[in-house]
Design a protein around this ligand. Sequence first.
Ligand SMILES: [Zn+2]
Length: 414
Amino acid sequence: MVRQLIRNVILDETNERYHLIIKDGIFEAIEKADDMEVDAENFDFVFDGKGRVAVPGFVESHIHLDKALIADRLPNRSGTLQEALSVTAQLKSTFTKEDIEERAEKALQLLIKHGTTHVRTHAEFDPVGGFHGFEVIMDLKEKYKDYIEMQVVAFPQEGILKSPGTEDLMRRAMEMGADVVGGIPYNDSDIEKHLEIVFGLAKEFGKPIDLHQDFFDSSEKQTIELVARKTIEHGFTGRMGVGHLTSLGDCSGQKLEEIIALMSEAGISVMSLPMTDLHLGGRSDEKNVRRAVTPIRKLRDGGVNVVLASNNIRNPFTPYGNGDLLQVAMLAIPVAHLGGADDLPTVLPMITHKAAEAIGITNYGFTVGNPGTVVVLDTKRYQDAIIDIPKRLLSIFKGNIILENKDQVYLNLP
Ligand SMILES: [Zn+2]
């Protein structure tokens, strides 16, 4: 039996201190520090947070590990989505299994190093490139299972109908153990048929769906209403996630309210990806360049679960990023007007609890009986957990100590 004590940590906006006890990888007790007598001698491991904030790990709800860290190989000079797609397609033909493995593993370690404990990654395949990348990601999921919980999305980047043979490959990916059916309606020839194939596979394998919804600056070609209606029709309420959805940023008034109400009814989660959307969006604007990010506050206020994720780390879609979700959240604060007194407290959940909900993790959080996963941040006020961009002092995943930065806590200062 292994027992670990994480003492004097702040878990919520009350800023009260708690003690956490993990026994054999599971939370055994979570109590206010004042209410619990603890004797450090009874534990195999003790960490004193001294009033620092702890979160149950960061949740990266949308990332592409298989095409991370390629920005230096072939640049996307225009910064447009079109060039990002064509540059990536060229590069993909040069990827070997070893190359993908090396980069994906490095990207995964960047996430872990920054306190990410859960990740949903889109892994692609196509009739030309085959399953090299997909197999690498499935192997990493197994190799890192004691360090991070990974969900793999079967992702048809080049479209399904546009790229004949892809439907069969998707079925094979699901048989190989993919956790989620992916889709990319904005990059296919027939959106209705694309969606029917995706819903069909999700039903066949009993899995949720995660779509790359759209990447448009304008709302003219939005299809989120169609997706929401189909989600209800096919009985996928609460099991649909959509990434980007930048077209909604161009919607307003009654129309926007109607769409948001429909999305809320369909239980759709939105993964906003501001690092990518800001880089690729609004490229045709000569002045007052649009932010091209989905309307995060309006979605949130309309009852839609809206969360924040990275999408990419250093590639033609996103030529920066270091795998730190706190930096993504920090970027979203000014971009989406989330810095107000009432808004700021809603941001941290977008990379923790709300993100966990978006990807269907049910045993997440500081509850007795849940996996003993905790990340301690070097900040002393819950409300500052993002804007301090604090160092990660401790990361424990299911009782497994992954990161411990004693220097930060035990600085010999008053
Ligand atoms: Zn993506």
